[in-house]
Write a protein that binds this ligand. Structure first.
Ligand SMILES: C[S@@+](CC[C@H](N)C(=O)[O-])C[C@H]1O[C@@H](n2cnc3c(N)ncnc32)[C@H](O)[C@@H]1O
Length: 278
């Protein structure tokens, strides 16, 4: 059975509600990972760089720090507000952040050198449309980059949470896996490759690096994951305080097992990063 797709207004509102906590708890990690990605892409002074579904700047902030001329767009106004605040704090006058849907970019054809999205276009209900927009605005010879979490079992940022929920609350309805939840729709490297080729890109490569995100405690991890996506936020909103405590207790055990007894642990996320040339 296919889950019903929320209307764009509901999607915008759901992300907007999470934006402030997302900026505080998740973005510091995605920005650090984004630094690695934009460096590997060779983004530099003068690169015309677009970050779609930018959140509060996972790729946009690192690209701007490298001197690129950056446009960052996101559907959620509070994400953009927070992104602008980050840019101002870093004195990044080369970063223009706008509220805009990735499914309908208000940007000219052939206008950027690199059009990229981290866990953004990959979670759109109409992935093909989001990809087509990235391709449209990329100049011939430029690159389109879609970075997604890898398959769910290899994305510990999510799988730790799901596993602890199942252990602590055995009658919980788990996330459907076939088809996978939208954030994992192109997590399989072959699916990513096929989609990019069908989108008209050439020289397609798919990289699968592991990004580690460290959390100082199970409690800190819980707060971050609960604000990372409306699907997760919906799963936790109905938990009682005691159910929540049970899940965090299970997570604490998982963290200590991972780290040899320490309360903090590094969670490994295999990424699926598709790169193609227009
Ligand atoms: C998981 S967050 C990723 C944010 C950022 N790229 C990062 O990695 O930190 C997904 C983002 O997609 C945005 N988003 C969802 N649907 C969108 C759409 N149709 N157009 C643009 N942004 C969208 C949300 O507002 C949210 O900021």
């Amino acid at each position: 059975m296919t889950a019903s797709i929320p209307a764009p207004e509901q999607i915008r509102a759901a992300w907007d509600t999470l934006a402030t906590d997302f900026d505080d708890l998740v973005s510091p990690r995605t920005i650090t990972s984004g630094e690695t990605l934009v460096a590997d892409l060779g983004v530099r002074q003068g690169t015309r760089f677009l970050d779609v579904a930018a959140g509060t700047g996972a790729l946009a902030i690192p690209a701007a720090r490298r001197g690129a001329s950056v446009v960052a767009v996101d559907i959620a106004p509070t994400m953009i507000e927070r992104l602008r605040a980050r840019a101002t704090a870093d004195a990044l006058s080369n970063l223009d952040a706008q509220v805009m849907s990735g499914e309908e970019l208000d940007l000219p054809d052939d206008s950027v050198d690199v059009a990229a999205s981290l866990n953004g276009v990959s979670l759109l209900p109409d992935f093909d449309r989001g990809l087509a927009e990235l391709v449209r605005v990329t100049a011939p010879g430029g690159r389109v980059v879609i970075a997604s979490f890898g398959p769910l079992p290899q994305t510990e940022f999510v799988s730790f949470f799901m596993s602890a929920m199942r252990t602590a609350i055995p009658d919980l309805t788990p996330l459907p896996t076939n088809p996978p939840p939208l954030p994992f729709q192109v997590a399989d490297p072959e699916t990513m490759r096929t989609k990019l080729l069908h989108g008209g890109l050439t020289d397609v490569s798919v990289l699968t690096p592991t990004w580690e995100w460290h959390f100082p405690s199970a409690d800190a991890y819980w707060s971050a994951v609960a604000t990372s996506n409306p699907i997760v936020a919906r799963l936790v909103v109905d938990l009682t305080a005691s159910q929540r405590d049970d899940v965090v207790r299970v997570l604490d055990g998982m963290f200590r097992e991972r780290s040899g007894g320490d309360p903090g642990a590094g969670l490994r996320n295999v990424m699926t990063i598709g790169i193609g040339t227009k």
